[in-house]
Design a protein around this ligand. Sequence first.
Ligand SMILES: [Zn+2]
Length: 146
Amino acid sequence: MKKGANICYYGNGRSHWIRREWKPQCSEKVFFYGRCQGVKGHQGVHWCYSPSGSFQWSDNDDDPKHDGAAGSTPPGHKSYVAPVKMDKHYYLSHFTDTEVTDKGILAMLEKDKTPERDAGINRPVTDKRIIAAMKARMGKAHRRRA
Ligand SMILES: [Zn+2]
């Protein structure tokens, strides 16, 4: 089976399925923090946001425009880069949706199985008991706020 950690199938509960495939994430480590949030093979610096909200970046050898450095820029600094600006480079913003038409794959999905190992499945909740429990919980939340 192929790997499919970047794939998820979305069902509408009536045998209609969409396959969503995200671009792979850049595997570089950024500064002291986690993995780069960019799409694999991207240009510009490797980047991610720390838990404090600071913009973390480090040099990208694949892009000669930037030269050997790494850093951390806190929110409010004049060279801070906001998450909204980086959204177009964020790997989870890059995906392709295709409708599933293959009858064999549709049959697999209805049985909660996927053609790729590690692929996700997402379908609407149709079990009446679960829906009743969710409604009850939401009702309580509304009463607490009032
Ligand atoms: Zn990167």
